[in-house]
Design a protein. Structure first.
Length: 278
């Protein structure tokens, strides 16, 4: 039985460090406990992660890295938010690398459950998150998972990995890559609630009409005029809050829809996804 750290080779420690990201002493201790067996040592570190995860279950994991990834054909994209507790961890190079690796895996999956069960270097994604909770000492979890398919899909990740967006266009025409990225930047900056008017749920529409009517009543407008004026205010709400109707951030004289049509007369935005930490 191995009962002395000196009997654990530096090569074995380094191998375990590379596989798990754990610190040198944690790897040594795990290998001692595992009597030098690599796979058992990995399991020891994972169990440590489970204990840490249980102790930190009620912690707020509002920091992290949000990563968007699009396949080589530009027809499928995913966004994964890998959340942690502190900005210090979120900015760590190894943490961002892990988030990017997880996004690569996520690209092949169409649901969060499927993604969490997927293989990640010999263990499930869920187990990898638990392992890293033990390694890092913070609650690590998937805070967001979105997938978008389309004729042409583009992405944008805002500086600092706090916001990521995907947009889909109706065709992969010349200029589609730049247009999709620009529209994805628009979605990141302006945070639309829907693609277009049809995408806004009825409850939101009803609420906005009532807010508009209440404002008009306070201004002393006649009751008979309220419906027509409220419809005008609703139109303004759609312009401000739906992606294709918003003023294009790089040229406020045209809408996002108009900008896309300037790339190709038949081109349109068909969908978007947005995930943000804040």
């Amino acid at each position: 039985m191995i009962d002395n750290m000196s009997k654990i080779s530096a090569v074995d420690v380094n191998k375990l460090r590379k596989a798990t990201g754990a610190g040198m002493m944690d790897c040594k201790k795990a290998l001692v406990e595992a009597e030098g067996d690599f796979d058992t040592a990995v399991e020891v570190l994972r169990k440590k992660g489970q204990k840490v995860a249980a102790n930190r279950a009620d912690r707020d994991s509002s920091e992290g890295a949000v990563i968007a990834r699009v396949n080589d054909d530009a027809t499928v994209g995913v966004i994964v938010s890998v959340n942690c507790e502190t900005d210090f961890v979120a900015k760590n190079e190894s943490y961002v690398t892990l988030a990017n690796q997880l996004a690569d895996v996520a690209l092949a999956h169409d649901s969060l459950d499927s993604f969490l069960a997927a293989d990640f270097n010999g263990m499930s994604v869920a187990d990898k998150l638990t392992e890293q909770t033990g390694v890092i000492g913070e609650k690590i979890e998937i805070g967001g998972f979105e997938r978008l398919e389309g004729a042409f899909v583009g992405s944008y990740i805002h500086a600092g990995n706090k916001i990521a967006t995907l947009t889909s266009l109706s065709a992969g025409v010349d200029g589609a890559a730049e247009a999709a990225k620009n529209v994805a930047m628009q979605a990141a900056a302006m945070n639309p609630i829907a693609l277009n008017e049809e995408g806004v749920d009825a409850a939101t529409v009803e609420k906005e009409i009532e807010i508009a009517k209440d404002q008009l009543r306070q201004e002393g407008k006649p009751e008979a005029m309220l419906d027509n004026i409220a419809k005008g205010k609703l139109k303004r709400f759609f312009k401000d809050n739906t992606l294709v109707n918003q003023a294009y951030i790089k040229d406020g004289k045209q809408s996002v829809s108009d900008y896309v049509k300037s790339v190709d007369a038949e081109l349109s935005v068909t969908g978007f996804k947005r995930v943000a930490l804040v």
